[in-house]
Design a protein around this ligand. Sequence first.
Ligand code: HEC
Ligand code: HEC
Length: 146
Amino acid sequence: MRAIIATLAVVGVMAAGAAWASDNVVSLRGANAIPALNQAPMEYKQATMKKGFKRTFKEQPPLIAHEIENTKKFQINLRANGCLDCHDKSTYEEEDAPMAGKSHYVGDDGKEKDDINMSRYFCTQCHVPQADAKPLVENTFVGNVK
Ligand code: HEC
Ligand code: HEC
């Protein structure tokens, strides 16, 4: 009997917790229904930085040092990869761009290859441009790269 009462008490507390959570958690899109278009929180401009942005932690994929909004030139799809036109091992010298990380050319067997490893094909999965914008939420992160 005692165990049952204790269980009921726990369930009661959990239910109260859930009600509290749904009343208080608000996402950045506010009360907008999922299919409805939301207004962009702010205008921003992608920032350009000669010689690249400083990294904030050692394993960080460097931020893209130029804007990538001109869609044709920076397109990544099954047939074309604009980024590789400038950053590939076979193109970077002519384009005077930094070569994509050496690690990107290591094959699944651990050996260096001429072609980029397909797990690195979608560059923007890891690399993002920097935007000149105020943070949406407070952020106390401090970088550890001197
Ligand atoms: C027209 C050539 C060109 C294209 C296309 C291009 N880049 Fe770049 N990228 C450059 C050059 C040049 C730099 C060096 C800029 C500088 O340091 O002034 C650079 C810098 C970068 C850097 C910074 C590297 C570092 O060490 O700080 C990253 C990351 C990057 N590009 C990623 C990309 C990605 C991802 C794409 C595709 C969405 C792309 N680039 C498309 C020419 C290009
Ligand atoms: C899975 C994540 C990931 C993907 C996908 C990826 N990168 Fe990277 N990239 C990194 C990381 C992490 C680094 C820094 C460490 C290193 O060099 O491996 C880096 C480094 C770089 C650098 C700087 C190299 C240097 O020597 O300083 C360039 C340029 C770059 N990547 C371009 C690209 C391009 C172009 C693509 C797409 C073809 C791409 N990356 C895809 C994670 C990624």
